[in-house]
Write a protein that binds this ligand. Structure first.
Ligand SMILES: CC(C)(COP(=O)(O)OP(=O)(O)OC[C@H]1O[C@@H](n2cnc3c(N)ncnc32)[C@H](O)[C@@H]1OP(=O)(O)O)[C@@H](O)C(=O)NCCC(=O)NCCS
Length: 202
């Protein structure tokens, strides 16, 4: 990457971070616009939040435009963190055009790579029971369960990580997988629902 291009991307990232009202942390690279739902989201050094909380570590790289991802882009990154939710993103994390929907807790470790067009959610979004689905207090019946993505995990493009899942350190989620259960460390899982297809040797 030429020095000129680096300067351009740094300035563009900052401009886009400002434009999307997303405070950047140290080394954050934000290409294109990253959408954040819930207006008063806050990073760890800000106080008094009433909405969902987002914490972002160092060297966060968020890719949102078609030209910057070899697999293309079907959407910009979108963080939806509800008032009682906390989204934690570790250091050196890269995310391309992904939705993260957090009602309770989603924790992403260090050095995690998340491919283009993924969905990570700790909530079903709607109740299982059809009678409760249109109730005024429907939200009380929605099932939520925290998601934990360990350090060094690599999530392939267009994958879906559903509620309650823990992905162990160093695991890989194959492209287009739907992960409904925990993934052991250093496992490669693939399919719908995702199953272990092999282990990564030391
Ligand atoms: C379908 C769903 C609601 C079921 O939730 P649940 O009743 O808690 O289901 P469980 O997690 O207990 O899973 C039951 C079984 O179905 C499988 N399963 C669940 N969701 C699955 C999915 N989306 N694809 C494939 N298999 C799935 C599980 O692996 C499990 O299999 P097993 O019986 O062999 O162990 C949930 O898994 C889901 O898909 N939630 C997302 C809902 C959504 O898209 N909301 C959009 C809001 S805008």
């Amino acid at each position: 990457m030429s020095r000129l291009y680096r300067h351009y991307t740094t300035l563009a990232s900052r401009f886009n971070a400002w434009r999307s009202r997303f405070p950047w942390s140290e080394g954050m690279f934000m290409d294109g616009r990253c959408y954040v739902w819930e207006p008063n989201f806050l990073l760890r050094h800000l106080k008094g939040q009433h909405r969902g909380r987002i914490e972002v570590g160092r060297n966060f790289k968020c890719i949102n435009s078609l030209v910057h991802n070899a697999f293309g882009m079907i959407q910009p990154t979108f963080f939806n963190v509800f008032p009682r939710g906390t989204l934690r993103i570790g250091d050196n994390v890269g995310i391309s055009g992904t939705t993260i929907s957090c009602s309770e807790a989603i924790t992403i470790g260090n050095n995690v790579l998340i491919g283009s067009g993924c969905l990570i959610t700790d909530t079903d979004g709607h109740p299982i029971d059809p009678e409760k689905r249109h109730a005024a207090n429907y939200y009380d019946y929605v099932v939520n369960s925290p998601v934990v993505i360990g350090d060094d995990v690599f999530i392939g493009a267009r994958s879906i990580i559903l509620k309650g899942v823990t992905i162990g350190q160093g695991a890989i989620v194959g492209a287009g997988s739907v992960v409904t259960k925990d993934v052991p460390p250093r496992a490669i899982v693939a399919g719908n629902p995702a199953k272990v297809v092999k282990m990564i040797s030391d």
